[in-house]
Design a protein around this ligand. Sequence first.
Ligand code: ATP
Ligand code: MG
Ligand code: MG
Ligand code: MG
Length: 562
Amino acid sequence: MRQSQTLLPTLKETPAGADIKSHQLLLRAGFIRQTASGVYSFLPLGKKVLTKVEAIVREEMENAGAVEMLMPALQPSELWKETNRWDNFGPELMRLHDRHHREFALGATHEEVITDLIRSEINSYKKLPLTLYQIQTKFRDEKRPRFGLLRGREFVMKDAYSFHTNDESLDEVYDRLFTAYSNIFKRCGLNFRAVIADSGAMGGKDTHEFMVLSEVGEDTIAYSDSSDYAANIEMAPVIDRYEDTKQTEIDELALVSTPNQKTMVEVASFLNRPLDQGIKSLLFKIDEEFVLVLTRGDHDVNDIKLKHIYQAVEVELATEEEAKNLLGASVGSLGPVNVKNVEVIADYSVKSIVDGYCGANEDDKHYINVQPERDLVISKYEDIRFIKEGDLSPDGNGIIKFAKGIEVGHVFKLGKVYTEKMGANYLDEFGKSQVMTMGCYGIGVSRTLAAIVEQYNDENGITWPSAVAPYQIHMLTMQSNKEEQVELAEQIYTTLKENQIDVLYDDRKERPGVKFADSDLIGIPVRLTIGKKANEGIIECKIRATGEQFDIHISELLGRLQ
Ligand code: ATP
Ligand code: MG
Ligand code: MG
Ligand code: MG
């Protein structure tokens, strides 16, 4: 591609409102432009990388036995009503209606659409298992679209769905796709961990997230380098409905653990569950401030013995009345709140807890996300072990570390959650009607692109790993008015193209300094500079990631590049 003929608008300055590297660099290097909040255009270079990531995803999915299809983004509300998600998905679901006032959603995900399709097309065990996937635009009206492609309101997702006659078959496909995901993220050059995730909200069983280790990640994970153990400790940072809630810094996180890892994750991730799954809210007055704490348990609120506060969010509220209102809002928007005193036991690193209030409501489905503040834990469980960064892991191997992660992928054994509600049945070998078992598997394709940039950049720009780089070679002439330079460049350009080597040719009439700076910013792995030695057939080669530079004769070029 000739640079003079494409749309590649680079920027010298960091655009306002872009807080993190990937967002800044993708804008500055001319890969993306914002159209609306959380909505982006992929410019030619951005589209090239997106296509490369998609190609890796396709290859690995096909290797794992999944078959590509394409479903509509426009989805009738009736399907979402069958699973109750029309009500339960909340404001993240983009809704609209047609000219006849029929309601639709813009697809945030496709469990309903695919289950509807499968229930009408598959009726025999002979046609199962079946794994289908698509790469498609998803819409989610995120409360806070931010960080560029990392949290958009319109984004590209690869979503796959598998249907089975039994759990063993689901386990098998799950494992296969788990491996495919590991391959995909490895091939993208990412440093990531597959972590045990919380299955509470979706009601399924096993689930793992693929987390790219990065300071800008919104999740916190516990992992160890010398163990396979890794878990998400579900610290969703968004505090819905409490705009004025102050979030505090994480000093130290505590992870609740039992010898059984699963319980550990369940307990550790309770904070993201809907209240109707047994979450209690607790409110404490600490000095003049109130602290809202969520806990989980099947116990009577009066019995809670507060040994530790696991996670707390400080809420700046002037009066107790306001605090009670907040508690009411958090658990009581669909019913009355039960506020009682609870017994408070010492052993706090928090100095003085004066009062304890506790509320719970069975019907409320709202999520409350809190930010951890202190390394304390609330629990009634006797067998709980508290582990912190630096402790041994639950499987006895290695030392626990905490890190921030970007969720790029998510695999989920849904079981019969959707198939039962939607009546996706098949006839087994005895002619008996049975409910299908289901799995779902997502990858944030556009988020993955941004996560790569988070891990591959330096002070001059992006340093694309070769597998996903927009081009393999960036070629430029020092002086575009020197005939011998242009001639040699044209010759190399033709040769590279003939050999299917993807090359971006900076043929603009710009100063060398401008071309070099743009080239570093864009981050193509190899730069070829055609300058003074053009008449000797010698060009300069620079490796973007390492900065290594050397001269090379045109006769050796192809051999070196292939
Ligand atoms: P998050 O916790 O970041 O909100 P999620 O758990 O809601 O993500 P899933 O429903 O698991 O997302 O969707 C599958 C994948 O889609 C995620 O693993 C993520 O990579 C990607 N994804 C989800 N939301 C967004 C978004 N707003 N922008 C870009 N990618 C997203
Ligand atoms: Mg989400
Ligand atoms: Mg998530
Ligand atoms: Mg997820």
